[in-house]
Design a protein around this ligand. Structure first.
Ligand code: HEM
Length: 372
């Protein structure tokens, strides 16, 4: 009993001490915002985890009350000014990424969540060519193949009079294409009977769990100590799907590391490129390769799938837009065959203005400047 009192007393004292520091002595103390948000991460935890990702919406309300610059946590201020975004992220500044925030993507081994500027730069350089416009153009046949396959699935559903879940279908196209880029072989979700539903549920869990683990990362070692038999009983179906996906990626990584590089191949995938890099960063290379594969697939699937779903919704809602888009495609004689020139598509003004990024979707551009 005495131990518990001591433990909780110590914890309460430590919380009070850090809250006093954050409120009065931190370099961010002068910025306006709710006192609770400034003194503890539990405020953000409530909106982000308990209310399922509602903090961005709540921050909007905070701006209405406190103005364009608001302190949103003990370590962050939020600036509502798109011009400042350009200034803050200018390449000359060589800013580090905010490691705590990037925990949402999983481990720190992958490029997207690499904290230090110079390490990020060298990792990014390894696969820069893989994302160049020339490389993307060379990938058009693979994209077309996936789009055509999705078209056949839609026709089949139409013939059977069954609705098709477009949100899943788009995510399958995206995941199949991006995995063909990142792994030695595509995930081929469009071939799956459930049309990627299992994969989607695993991906959703990935984001939910990653957001929670941002705050509760200290629990991870305890979870690792949990006996296997209890761990298995706690697993939900989405968790099983996620583990299955990770096992599949692990197998790809193992295969890439073990097999000798195939010099006769016309194109190497992302993890082959990283693997064949002569400079190997010290540390767990296998783990880094796995995180890179995981995060590349996450980065390219959810974003593209979401953007396409939202864009389709708005196009279908508006008959005028539909007509204009169709007309533009007909006039440009666009057809889905191997001769499709992507630059022609990129120069269709109406299509481009309604493309997801041109439309900005319904996402807000937000900027959080972090200090620790
Ligand atoms: C509509 C589609 C997409 C949107 C809105 C989007 C958005 C973003 C954003 C905002 C970032 C910056 C993250 C940060 O550092 O804070 C990013 C990074 C990244 N995205 Fe995308 N993305 C999309 C599609 C894709 C696709 C298709 C791929 C893969 C083929 C991809 C791969 C990556 C990678 C690897 C990074 C990390 C780059 C780095 O850290 O240097 N993204 N994306």
């Amino acid at each position: 009993m005495f131990i518990f009192v001591l433990l909780f007393g110590g914890l309460a004292l430590w919380q009070a001490g850090t809250a006093i520091y954050h409120l009065w002595f931190s370099p961010l103390a002068k910025f306006p915002g709710p006192k609770l948000a400034a003194s503890t991460l539990l405020y953000e935890f409530y909106y982000e985890v308990i209310c399922s990702g509602q903090y961005t919406r709540h921050i909007e309300k905070m701006h209405e009350k406190y103005g364009p610059i608001v302190r949103i946590s003990p370590y962050e201020v939020h600036i509502k000014d798109p011009d400042f975004c350009v200034e803050a992220f200018s390449p000359v500044k060589k800013l580090d990424k905010y490691g705590w925030w990037y925990r949402v993507f999983g481990g720190p081994g992958a490029t997207v969540s690499t904290e230090h500027h110079d390490v990020h730069r060298s990792r990014r350089a390894t696969f820069k060519n893989l994302l160049s416009p020339v490389a993307v153009r060379g990938f058009v046949p693979t994209i077309l193949e996936k789009v055509k396959q999705a078209g056949l699935i839609m026709s089949h559903h139409a013939q059977m009079g069954r609705p098709v879940n477009m949100s899943n279908l788009y995510r399958c196209i995206a995941a199949d294409t991006v995995s063909a880029y990142a792994l030695p072989a595509s995930l081929n979700l469009l071939d799956s009977e459930d049309l990627g539903e299992e994969f989607q549920s695993g991906l959703r869990l990935f984001f939910e769990a990653a957001t929670t683990m941002r705050f509760l990362g200290f629990l991870q070692p305890l979870m690792m100590m949990m006996p296997d038999i209890i761990f298995r009983r706690l697993l939900t179906n989405p968790a099983k799907s996620l583990i299955k996906l990770i096992r599949r990626l692990e197998a790809c990584v193992d295969e890439t590391i073990q097999k000798p590089s195939d010099t006769g191949k016309s194109r190497s995938c992302l993890i082959e490129c990283i693997n064949s890099n002569t400079y190997r960063e010290p540390g767990a290379f296998h783990e880094r390769l796995l995180q890179e594969a995981e995060q590349f697939i996450v980065a390219g699937t959810e974003t593209t799938g979401y953007a396409l779903s939202v864009t389709t919704f708005y196009i279908l809602q508006n008959v005028d837009i539909q007509k204009k888009l169709r007309q533009e495609l007909v006039d440009a004689q666009i057809s889905l065959n191997e001769h499709l020139d992507i630059t022609v598509l990129q120069n269709l003004p109406y299509l481009v203005s309604y493309s997801p990024l041109g439309n900005h979707m319904d996402m807000e551009l937000e900027l959080a400047v972090a200090t620790s």
